[in-house]
Write a protein that binds this ligand. Sequence first.
Ligand SMILES: [Zn+2]
Length: 294
Amino acid sequence: MDLIKVMETFPTQEDCIAYLERLRWAGSPECPHCESTHVRQRNEHDIGRIGRWNCHNCHATFKVTHGTLFHGTKIALQKWFVAIALMANAKKNLSSCQLSRDLGVPQKTCWRIMMAIRGEMGKDNVMLEGIVEADETYIGGKHKKDYDQEDGEPKKRGRGTAKDAVLGAVARGGKVVAELVQNTTAETIKDFIKSVVNTDDAELITDQYTGYNEIGKEMKHETLNRSETWEASEIHTNTIEGFWSFVKRAWYGSHHHYSTAYTPLYLAEACYKYNYRETHIFSNFLTQSMRSEI
Ligand SMILES: [Zn+2]
């Protein structure tokens, strides 16, 4: 959904609330404290009480946003909706400075909104099947860490650098998962693959890095040989390499202030946007956020 459509569809706070109530309760509102459906909406004209409900069982009051991404927010839901639409549609990652200008909200608030949205995106559980390509890459990193402390020589690229190591796996024609890891040892790789791939059914395709040998003993595994020509072969890792390009374009387009602590959230955003690129990402995201607990 583009910006104009969001503004037209959700002109007021009430419109946003009504939409979220449909997504969360589908016409059957329920108390988030005791799960009773014996609830009633408070008087709409009660100032400051828009969207507030009373539970006749436990006597609590609650809103549709209870326990969700929007819990307790003082920012208008329309601004949240615009932020989600802008993030979902941005080719490169949106910056919080840009969002601040677009929403008329302080940059620090925008930064928190965007991090909360990324956190929600990271809750998407994915289990891969079929032909799965796995690979590792290195992103971010403070510039000085790229230099050896002893002799000041630049460290080599790829495996063994000071950048953040990221493992990724993608199902052909399906979804991707990427995770920040401490290292790329065989043990770490095995744990990662087993947590995101259905190893009983899937076929793993990787390059010849020996770190994949351990997991390769537990599932079907093919390695590509770059010295040979595999033009018509299924044995390639083009899909995961395409995803790494997507991550790096977004990353280096916007993250001037880098911190490893936030790498998982940026990865979550990249994965989510890739996984839902051909869907209604806006409504999909809001549906998920209304059905997951923070
Ligand atoms: Zn209740």
